[in-house]
Design a protein around this ligand. Structure first.
Ligand SMILES: N[C@@H](CCC(=O)N[C@@H](CS)C(=O)NCC(=O)O)C(=O)O
Length: 204
């Protein structure tokens, strides 16, 4: 049987959501660390975008995390709900996670990562946190009192678990006023997929 290979980077949120999707689907995968100098040339030759994640399954090479997610769903039909309206909801929240939730967090993480406290641009960090918190309003409204963003565990759970996991690791809290999002994140963290896929150096 062909082994699925994932060119991966531990702290990449796009990679983490793919790791979650694979684990939740029960798929076995060989993880290849794209940061290792000996693998760089290989994975870069596989993608015109020169980004990770890249998934290889036999002859199929897929870059772009959302195309990978759609492909994984095509394999097992477990990452998107059945109902067309629910599928749209799942795709929209996934896209919002990439573009809007990711934008504020990126500022905080890029500024904190590798910079000593004294050397950080605190204004950039504050603005990133404010942007993140503003973006949570919409998410909280979309989730309401539901268990998942759509009617089952789906793309938004993969995408947002990775984003919130990175946020937490870099000291960015979900404010108390978003109690539904906080409970949702606790539920996601209690799933076996969380510890199995989180960047091991960020786990406490
Ligand atoms: N739209 C792409 C974005 C992927 C992306 O930006 N990956 C970053 C890491 S988080 C990357 O590979 N950057 C180049 C590098 O690390 O060398 C996707 O969804 O797959």
């Amino acid at each position: 049987m062909t082994v699925i290979r994932l060119y991966d980077k531990p702290e990449c949120p796009f990679c983490w959501k793919i790791r979650l999707a694979l684990f939740e689907q029960g798929l076995t995968v060989e993880h290849i660390d794209s940061l290792a100098p000996e693998t760089r040339e290989t994975w870069q030759s596989l993608t015109p975008r020169k980004t990770v994640p890249v998934l290889v399954n036999g002859d199929i090479v897929i870059y772009e995390s959302n195309v990978i997610l759609e492909y994984l769903n095509d394999l097992s039909e477990t990452l998107l709900p059945e109902d067309p309206t629910q599928r749209v909801t799942a795709r929209l929240i996934n896209s919002y996670s990439d573009g809007v939730i990711g934008a504020g967090l990126r500022e905080v993480i890029f500024e904190k990562r590798g910079n000593a406290e004294a050397d950080r641009d605190h204004k950039r960090i504050e603005q990133g946190i404010a942007q993140f918190e503003t973006a949570l309003d919409y998410l909280s409204g979309q989730l309401g009192g539901k268990t998942f963003f759509a009617d089952s565990y789906s793309l938004p759970e993969c995408a947002l678990t990775a984003r919130f996991g990175l946020a937490e690791a870099y000291g960015v809290e979900i404010p108390d006023r978003f109690s539904n999002l906080r409970s949702w994140f606790e539920r996601m963290k209690s799933r076996p997929s969380y510890r199995a896929t989180a960047p091991q150096h960020l786990l406490s």
